[in-house]
Design a protein around this ligand. Sequence first.
Ligand code: GLC
Length: 397
Amino acid sequence: MDIVKESHRILKENRRRTDGHQYTLPSPDSYPYQWLWDSCFHAIVLARLEPEFAKEELRALVSRQFDDGMIPHMIYWQAGDLHRFEWGKDGTSALTQPPMIAHAVEQIYKSDGDKAFLKEIYPSLWKFYKYLIERRDPRKNHLASIINPDESGEDNSPRFDDVLGVKHNVSLDDHLKKRIELVEKNIKCNFDAENCMKNHFWVKDVPFNSIIIENLEVLERLALELKIPKDAEFCRNHILMMKAAMRKFMFENGVFWSTYSKDYIKIKVASWAHFAPLFAGIYSQEEAEAVVKNHLLNEETFKSPYGIRTVSKQEPSYHATAPSFSWRGPIWFAPHWFIYKGLLRYGFKKEAQEIHDASIKLLEKEGFREYYSPETGEGQGAMNFTWGTLITDMIEE
Ligand code: GLC
């Protein structure tokens, strides 16, 4: 299979244009809207193939940015779409998703050096990261909160079970009901984080915060490129404060754990979240070596013949099949990509290459699916799903 050609084909096939906005559907049958972190992945891949389309994808995203700076996690472009997640706003959801947009912008800039585009999009990035830093952290402890599991991008991850009040064998449908109930409560709160939403679901998630940190590193570079030193300094200070806060509130037994409530109670569910801080350089070299050896390469927990499980095989919530799978064990391409980048950051070239090769095998065996069984490699969930195209960005630079 020519992996680059196939990736390009999927992205072109899933491309749509509505009212002058161009965007890519993650999967035409299962996910027929625009999603925030998906569009960032698309832009990362398109940066090399068709940078002009990558720019369009991001322009469509920021065109629906809220006044307070939040970028919604879904945009329903077509009138009459089934708005299963129409959560309080006109034509968009009222939640956000892991903020990969600065990273995507830098990839485009690296590819074609278009400074005019950088200048055009920079104010939207700045407003978005400021929103996350300020509005999602009202007590100024330097960690950003998510208000719904969907904001993590890992909708039914068992990291959120206790906070959501579900059991380890909850079905996908029952789980969805709980998340929608949560949205209804937050609509009643008028999405006021500080005084109301924090009572319902207030989680400091490890991947979400790691992604902010890595993207602030990027934003710092972009600010310097645009000669805005005060913004760069703001980013640098927040990177340091957030890294220190992750260590203070989340670090235990050599790994980082997501936390909930204002008391920062650690959620002791072993998931790929342990590896997300590699992406942002948060572990020391020594800690990273231990994490890779004890967890990533451990066949009893994370390492499967087909790649890295999203949840440790030892967790009671681990499910490779129905009734509750999806983010409860199966292999997904985005975590593979984050782990790949994180491993290279620490010089684990061989281990990164193994993830790359396992990813290629999955694509060759099962095609572009939403996720894959770690036990049999079988493709599951949505078809023609775009995340597999991230393979084209899994290269050493
Ligand atoms: C699923 C994933 C989420 C993704 C969406 C669209 O809900 O859990 O991360 O953004 O599909 O692909």
